[in-house]
Design a binder for this molecule. Structure first.
Ligand SMILES: Cc1ncc(COP(=O)(O)O)c(C=O)c1O
Length: 952
């Protein structure tokens, strides 16, 4: 399939479909008017539906789905998610999932260069920041401290505390609650991407001890000789210092490069001083790497580029690092977290793991993209007087327009040229590339921006023709991964597996797939040696004896591809691991002694460059055969960086990194470590007790594209998402058919609170709830309502009498009733609503527990209708249902990056429609400790009954 850029076809098609979502204010009319067709997306190109099912059009996404994609759409490595049973079931106690989480932890520790860090998985960027802030608050050194510090120009998310710490007044002020203002410090921006300076050791020593007698005098010395940038840094640091002296702040949120604020860079010199100063006052530093983390810049974490050190050369570690976006789930990295196990979604953690591994292996590709882009960017900016401040680092680039009024036409023209990019800050256009971009794609992007400049500044318009060389091959990935899932479930016989693979190679490449065994080995032996000689230098060639061992062993697997003229064009050999005890590291692996464990000796294709993915498919074929023959595991060794492409293929087959052997290659080339990975070839069908999914689901191939591609639902919703949301509409009372979707329990609470708040024009801010009720725990507002923090204006009551008394004070914006709903009689609930309404208070239900046990909504079943209600269905999907009166329907007022998860919603619908007997038990966890990491967080949950209500 060729890639043709979007036209009116896909646009008109989308408008019609979206109209059904906007009718009667069902959802806010805020989506981009194109409908993704995920199965066909490829690399940087997002496929869009047209009226013809098989002729999608393509959008060149120069924002990489708002920085959530590091490898492009349908990236090979991300298919690894589909290979794990726990991605489908949500079982977070699955032994393989625990291994993945542990392996992910090792990688993150290495990338942050801090062995003590623990990842806490959450659901989004705002949630990660809120969780970091809650932990910082709970651990605060100054007991009276209740304020946050952030920077002008910052963006930290749209939960309450993170929104109050987000600079843009038009986003923040409509929701600001008095008494909860964040203190903003000026951000010393440099307009250049040359932000790394030699740091004077006196500078470091100065900030190490801000209490020193001569501090002010020494600072004045620096100031005297300072250039403009240094002066602005000193001014910010002084302002920060004065703020810290108050001892009223518990944390500072800082982006190492401000993204939404307009790609605003800051120097290593400033960050060294900031860290030292803040630490001196025992305040927590939170590096918000939600957008910059996972390889936006040159390093995996942007703040690591600053090489933060004290005067003794010790690494300075922030107390918290927060991630989301490319991490696919929210992550808080910290030492000794207050709690570990959280509300999260297994599939997203797994996808984040694979994205992390593959991005890490592609750091040279990122540098190459930067280099190429930098040249193009400087040519563009030199050409147009109206463009300035080109900046480019890693896969991020931006430039400014001289007049912010011109931003609008630059944005208005983007779809006409088949592009997606966004404004950031006041007058900046900001771009996010990823490793799937070729130079040719980049050329088109700059030609297209140049054309838009022509239109905006010269009123001239040309038609640009562009047909990318990239071909759509993602349907083949789905074909293979569906078959592999079947095999892992034990449903593919060996003969059928071979036939499937043979047919594929025949049809796709006109090649014959054969087995190599004792009978034909001697015939192919010389050809195998020739392939080796042809492809590898002498030290990397595998001895023919090893191939022979495999060919002669009936429990091993050897396959090859023959051309029409019977030439050998590819081989793949995997043998029983016990044949290879001398391969370095193999004896250390977990399943060395398992007789059904294989070792991947070699997969080679003649003329790799032009192989069109043949090597990948050959490896897929080998895995399929290995699984259908009843093997348990395949181990393999990939050299760091050198074999990065092979590692990505192995990731797509569900590889888990079991160990990394340092300095394993005894040569003088760089990157001498070896990565030992393991592929599991069978789903273990483990006892499923606790799940981040609403249903104990098995693979449903239709939802596979949304399992591989997590996109920003705030931007684009696909057909499945629309259909699934409408299914939920059917089970909701008519009055509540105005929806927001959310990425977790806490985001449901935040969105509903914010909507009611803004509709009430902030005349009231206080909330009220019963003691021992539950509303999530991953934001200040939900933890306040759950009674575990006393942060936002609130009251708690124990009895109906107390509630009525409080309501009559007419102070309360909203009453939240959650798991306790079923404890009240219908008459009592009706009375509660009446008293609340009589006193101007809105009533919100958390119907999650009822929904999980009955598959129905409490409100609909019993005809008791609150003003707003929500169900946190599971993992990264929750649905907020509001009456029109309290529904903030203006576009973009309530969005977050993800706004939920399309795959989780499809599982939710499968749950909704499943026969009653397959219903998932909703678990109330009886004070039991989690096997996944630490003990259950005893600071949360019902302190009296010792029960913790948990919708993970
Ligand atoms: C730096 C930064 N922090 C936090 C967030 C919020 O993340 P989310 O939208 O996942 O809540 C964003 C989103 O753009 C961001 O760029």
């Amino acid at each position: 399939m060729e890639i043709n850029l979007i036209t009116k076809n896909s646009h008109e098609h989308a408008k019609e479909k979206l109209a059904t979502m906007y009718k009667d204010n069902f959802t806010s009319a805020e989506k981009k008017e194109y409908i993704p067709h995920h199965k066909f997306s490829q690399g940087p190109y997002l496929a869009m539906e047209t009226n013809d099912e098989n002729s999608p059009e393509f959008l060149l996404d120069a924002a990489s789905q708002i920085a959530t994609l590091g490898l492009g759409f349908n990236a090979t490595a991300l298919f690894g998610t589909t290979m794990h049973e726990s991605a489908w079931t949500g079982n977070y106690l699955d032994s393989t999932f625990i291994e993945i989480a542990d392996s992910f932890k090792e990688l993150l520790r290495e990338k942050a260069s801090n062995k003590k860090l623990t990842p806490v998985f959450v659901n989004s960027g705002a949630e990660a920041n809120e969780v970091a802030l809650i932990m910082a608050y709970k651990k605060r050194a100054h007991t009276a401290a209740n304020q946050i510090i952030a920077f002008e120009g910052s963006f930290h998310g749209r939960f309450l505390s993170t929104l109050f710490s987000t600079w843009n007044p038009s986003k923040r002020e409509p929701y600001q609650i008095d008494g909860h203002e964040t203190t903003f410090i000026k951000y010393p921006e440099t307009k250049s991407d040359q932000f790394l300076f030699e740091i004077d050791s006196e500078w470091t020593k100065l900030w190490e001890n801000p209490f020193a007698q001569n501090f002010e005098a020494k600072l004045a010395d620096f100031e005297k000789n300072a250039d403009e940038l240094l002066r602005s840094e000193i001014a910010s640091l002084k302002q920060l210092h004065e703020t810290l002296k108050e001892n009223t702040h518990f944390a500072i949120l800082v982006e190492p490069m401000q993204c939404e604020g307009g790609d605003r860079y800051s120097t290593n010199r400033f960050h060294v001083a900031l860290n030292l100063l803040v630490k001196s006052y025992k305040v927590s530093v939170i590096y918000d790497e939600v957008q910059t983390g996972f390889g936006l810049g040159r390093d995996f974490f942007w703040h690591r580029t600053f090489d933060l050190k004290d005067s003794q050369g010790n690494q300075l570690n922030p107390e918290y690092i927060t991630c989301a976006k490319k991490a696919q789930s929210g992550i808080v990295l910290t030492e000794n977290p207050c709690w570990e196990n959280n509300e999260f979604q297994t599939s997203s953690v797994i996808r984040g793991y694979y994205q992390a591994i593959a991005i890490d292996q592609l750091r040279y590709k990122i540098s190459a993209i930067e280099e190429y882009t930098r040249t193009k960017l400087s040519e563009l900016v030199n050409k147009w007087d109206q463009l300035s401040s080109p900046r480019c680092f890693g896969v991020a680039f931006a430039f400014d327009l001289s007049d912010s009024k011109d931003i609008a036409p630059f944005i208005a023209n983007r779809f006409d040229l088949g592009l997606l990019y966004y404004q950031a800050g006041e007058n900046t256009l900001r771009f996010r590339l990823n490793t799937a971009w070729t130079n040719e794609d980049i050329d088109y992007l700059f030609d297209a921006i140049d054309e838009i400049a022509n239109r905006v500044y010269k009123n001239e318009s040309r038609v640009l023709k562009y047909t990318p060389k990239t071909k759509v091959n993602s349907p083949n990935e789905y074909l293979w991964h569906s078959k592999l899932v079947e095999a892992f479930k034990g449903q593919v016989q060996d003969k059928a597996a071979f036939n499937f693979a043979q047919e594929f190679f025949n049809k796709e490449f006109n090649l014959e797939l054969i087995k190599i065994d004792a009978d034909n080995f001697d015939y192919y032996k010389h050809k195998i040696e020739e392939i080796q000689r042809h492809t590898y230098e002498p030290t990397r060639q595998t001895s023919i004896e090893k191939f022979k061992k495999i060919a002669h062993c009936k429990d091993s697997i050897a396959i090859a591809l023959l051309s029409e003229t019977k030439q050998l064009v590819g081989i793949s050999f995997a043998g029983k691991i016990s044949h290879f005890p001398h391969e370095s590291g193999l004896r250390l692996v977990k399943y060395f002694n398992n007789p059904k464990t294989l070792y991947m000796l070699d997969t080679t294709i003649v003329n790799m460059e032009q192989s069109q993915g043949m090597g990948k498919y050959l490896k897929y074929a080998l895995t399929l055969l290995a699984s259908s023959y009843g093997n348990d595991y395949i181990y393999g060794r990939n050299r760091d960086i050198h074999a990065g492409a092979m590692l990505a293929i192995n990731c797509s087959l569900g590889a888990i990194i079991e160990m990394r052997l340092k300095e394993n290659y005894l040569d003088d080339e760089e990157h001498r470590d070896v990565i030992i990975y393991r592929q599991n070839l069978k789903w273990k069908n483990e006892d499923l007790k606790y799940s981040t999914s609403p249903i104990l689901n098995t693979a449903s191939y239709e939802s596979m594209p949304t399992l591989v591609n997590k996109v920003c639902l705030s931007n684009f919703i696909d057909e499945s998402f629309m259909a699934n949301l409408k299914e939920f509409k059917e089970v909701v009372p008519k009055e509540l058919q105005h929806f927001f979707t959310a990425s977790g329990h806490s985001e449901c609470v935040e969105k509903i609170f914010k909507s009611i708040l803004i509709k009430n024009q902030k005349q009231r801010t206080k909330v009220i709830s019963f003691n021992h009720d539950y509303f999530g725990k991953q934001s200040f507002m939900s933890a306040t309502l759950s009674g575990v923090l006393d942060f936002y204006p609130n009251s708690k009551v124990d009895t109906l009498g107390q509630l009525k008394e409080k309501l009559t004070t007419k102070e309360y914006l909203a009453l939240f009733i959650g798991d306790l709903l079923i404890n009240f009689s219908h008459d009592e609930l009706k009375e509660i609503i009446k008293v609340a309404h009589d006193n101007g208070t809105k009533v919100v239900f958390n119907e999650s527990v009822y929904f999980h046990s009955k598959k129905k909504l409490f409100s609909k079943e019993h005809g008791i209708i609150p003003d707003a209600s929500y169900i946190h269905i599971a993992g990264q999907i929750g649905i907020c249902m509001l009456q029109e009166e309290v529904y903030e329907s203006r576009p973009l007022m309530m969005i977050s990056t993800w706004d939920g998860d399309a795959y989780a919603l499809s599982q939710a619908v499968a749950y909704l429609k499943s026969p009653v007997k397959t219903r998932k038990e909703f678990r109330i966890i009886n004070d039991s400790s989690y096997k996944f990491a630490l003990n259950a967080p005893n600071i949360f949950g019902n302190q009296t009954s010792k029960k913790w209500y948990f919708t993970c």
